[in-house]
Write a protein that binds this ligand. Structure first.
Ligand code: NI
Length: 429
């Protein structure tokens, strides 16, 4: 289908122009083929009126655990260790493939409705997430989180290998698979070695949690005499393109290692605040030339998947922490959620900005809202005033997944009904 978006303001995130006023975007099948003056000779199947709307690239949630939506508001106001070991892990142990399927669909609805078009997920029963991607039309990276467990490690690696075979490149290229050691404190050097062998065999990237808490760094210093980042670097992990969630407690040496090895840290401000993990030095990392992306983490440590909230927080937290109102300006926070996320997932040739030749992953925001008036500065409005619920229309791979907030590919009522039933059953198992 060929779509023409007419008379729209555009924030392309192409590194050249911040805002293009009153333009036209022409999409042929899955690709953006023209931006600018209307052409006479184009064949249009659908025209979308851009009046009072703003187009920007779909947001990229570079670190999440979408099946965790089933545990939203289930365990809160607890220390991270207790939260994880006494509440989350024991409940997750009872999850079935079907549970993860429905929980993932619930998250996909939430993501589409708040403008996210691509996500990088770390969980288990990842075939179910693949099915969800295929059905909904979203774009995503599937990573099966690997925690070392006596007697189960080879099975888990084989599971990742099969996941790659079954899903990598599927859905017109909308689905990718990477390997995901959960963290250096849940994977020994030997197991990390096996995971790297697999990454090499599959020729793919790595998704991992690194230096999330002070305790993790202290334990690593005690056990290995070095930080988690130096530890995995010495093991050779950064020979692979790496997406590193959190990187909250990093020193100057860690920052150098991240920079030298083109590692993309993912900032998860809500999760770091809620679990009292601390403040990642985002401004410092950005100034060092590091590609910092943005994520929500799972919806039981956030407790939502609204990337506009993360953009807002990423920018304003750093200002307060650094006592510097210029720290992480609006445009930098928007880059983190778009083009930087695309680079982190090695997808920047296709997505992350609105440019001719790229895939049509575009969101339209309804700017005709009291909280967005007056519109002195569009970039500021996007970072500081726009809410996820202002997203009106979502196009992924040239297909309309939501229009005027009406979902086109998912039965929302059915998903809400099923997830509520599963969640009630899950906590009783
Ligand atoms: Ni996480």
């Amino acid at each position: 289908m060929n779509i023409l978006i007419k008379n729209i303001d555009l924030v392309p995130m192409d590194g050249k122009e911040e805002v293009i006023k009153n333009t036209n975007i022409y999409i042929e099948e899955d690709q953006i083929v023209h931006i600018g003056e209307l052409k006479e000779d184009i064949k249009v199947d659908r025209t979308i009126d851009g009046k009072n709307k703003l187009a920007m690239p779909g947001l990229i949630n570079a670190h999440t655990h979408i099946g965790m939506s089933l545990l939203r508001n289930f365990a809160d106001d607890l220390p991270l260790h207790e939260w994880l070991t006494q509440k989350i892990w024991p409940t997750e142990a009872n999850l079935t493939a079907e549970d993860v399927y429905w929980g993932s669909l619930l998250s996909m609805i939430e993501m589409i409705q708040s403008g996210t078009t691509t996500f990088c997920d770390m969980y288990f029963f990842m075939d179910e997430v693949g099915k969800g991607l295929e059905e909904t039309g979203m774009r995503g990276v599937l990573t099966r989180g690997l925690i070392e467990e006596e007697g189960k490690n080879l099975g888990k690696l084989l599971n990742t290998k099969n996941l790659y075979k079954n899903w990598n490149g599927k859905g017109n290229g909308r689905i990718k698979v990477m390997v995901a050691p959960h963290a250096p404190y849940t994977c020994s050097p030997e197991f990390l070695g096996k995971i790297m062998d697999l990454a090499k065999e599959l020729d793919t990237g790595v998704h991992i949690h690194l230096s999330e808490t002070e305790k993790e760094v202290e334990d690593s210093l005690k056990q290995w005499g070095k930080s988690p980042i130096k530890h995995v670097y010495d093991l050779g992990l950064f020979n692979f393109p790496t997406v590193a969630a959190h990187c909250v407690h990093v020193d100057d040496d860690d920052i150098n290692i991240l920079k030298e090895n083109n590692v993309s840290p993912v900032n998860n401000p809500s999760s770091n605040l809620k679990l009292a993990s601390g403040f990642a030095p985002i401004d410092k990392m950005l100034k060092a030339g590091i590609n910092v992306a943005l994520g929500t983490d799972g919806s039981s440590s956030n407790n939502n998947l609204n990337m506009f909230e993360e953009i807002h927080l990423a920018s304003i937290i750093n200002k307060a922490v650094n006592k510097d109102a210029v720290s992480v300006p609006a445009i930098e926070a928007l880059k983190m959620a778009t083009i930087n996320g695309a680079k982190a997932l090695n997808w920047n040739k296709e997505i992350g900005s609105i440019e001719i030749g790229k895939k049509a992953d575009i969101i339209l925001i309804d700017m005709n809202k009291p909280h967005l008036y007056p519109l002195h500065n569009i970039i500021s409005a996007l970072a500081y005033s726009v809410q996820g619920s202002d997203v009106d229309t979502v196009i992924i791979d040239g297909k309309i997944l939501m229009e005027n907030r009406e979902m086109k590919t998912i039965d929302v009522e059915k998903v809400m009904y099923n997830t509520e039933k599963i969640a009630q059953d899950l906590i009783r198992r």
